[in-house]
Design a protein around this ligand. Structure first.
Ligand code: BO1
Ligand code: ZN
Length: 258
């Protein structure tokens, strides 16, 4: 079971978070039982949706995968629980057959239709592959996706890409504007939970500082439906690409940043 730390004020810093014990990911989190920290630096997102850069959206047979074409276009993430700068590598989605079991992380027992991961690696390592071998190697920002009746206009750019990658191994040219939907008022401030965890697919390495926003992004049911229709290896729709929640190891903790 999760042990909930009550740390004194002077410990509210990234150095402390970097020393937390890792767990396997994803996990179920009870927000009211997390220590709440409000004095962390803001999270700084640089050059994501406003870089005007070309990117691709790929159906790789297990997810829809977004990455910039030009290796010199590298949005960066810093601040919050992070020490140093993390370089954006790729963004991808997890989903399932219904609107409640498509998320990987579960906050206060709440299931959602999908979860989106922005994968970054520590700029002190040469590449994502190298960074995976280190406990401070990756930072993954997760957004929970909730379905509503009305489509989200800010999600349309990405939807145009999704419409073109229904077949396995198909690729669409998109731009940084496909990320417009991630911009929101509370992006730099919170409210998010952060903990030390792992990749949620093989090799499940414990190399990730997770940052999961509490408030879901709302997208239309039809927009979400485009993910569920993506073809997997057997030419059937990819029904489910979610890892079940994992047990918290003894002494593991999650910080709620407000
Ligand atoms: S996730 O964000 O925890 N779902 C996640 C899971 C697996 C990876 C990344 C994020 N895996 C990495 C592999 C690398 C590979 C890279 C491709 O994906 O460990 O070897 O190059 O982006
Ligand atoms: Zn993921």
């Amino acid at each position: 079971m999760l042990s909930y730390l009550c740390e004194p004020d002077y410990d509210r810093n990234p150095e402390h978070i970097s020393r937390l014990r890792p767990s396997q990911s994803p996990i179920a989190i009870s927000l009211s039982r997390c220590p709440t920290w409000s004095s962390l630096d803001p999270l700084k997102f640089k050059g994501y949706w406003d870089s005007n850069a070309n990117a691709i959206l790929l159906n790789n047979g297990s997810t829809a995968y977004f990455t910039f074409n030009d290796a010199s276009v590298r949005p960066t993430l810093s601040g919050g629980p992070l020490i140093g700068e993390y370089i954006f590598e790729q963004m991808h989605f997890h989903w399932s057959v219904d609107d409640f079991t498509g998320c990987e992380h579960v906050l206060d027992g709440h299931g959602y239709a999908a979860e989106c991961h922005f994968v970054h690696y520590n700029s002190k390592y040469e590449s994502l592959e190298t960074a995976v071998g280190h406990p401070d190697g990756l930072a993954v920002v997760g957004f929970l996706l909730e379905t509503v009746d009305a489509p989200n206009p800010r999600f349309d750019r990405l939807v145009q890409g999704l419409e073109g990658i229904q077949k396995r191994e198909s690729v669409m040219n998109v731009t940084s504007e496909s990320l417009l939907w991630m911009d929101r008022e509370d992006l730099q401030i919170g409210n998010y939970v952060t903990y030390k965890g792992s990749l949620t697919t093989p090799p499940y390495t414990e190399c990730v500082t997770w940052i999961i926003y509490e408030k879901p992004v709302q997208i239309g049911s039809e927009q979400l439906g485009l993910l569920r229709q993506l073809e997997g290896p057997d030419s059937q729709p990819i029904e489910r690409n979610v890892r079940p929640t994992q047990r918290h190891p003894p002494g593991h903790s999650v910080i709620y940043v407000k």
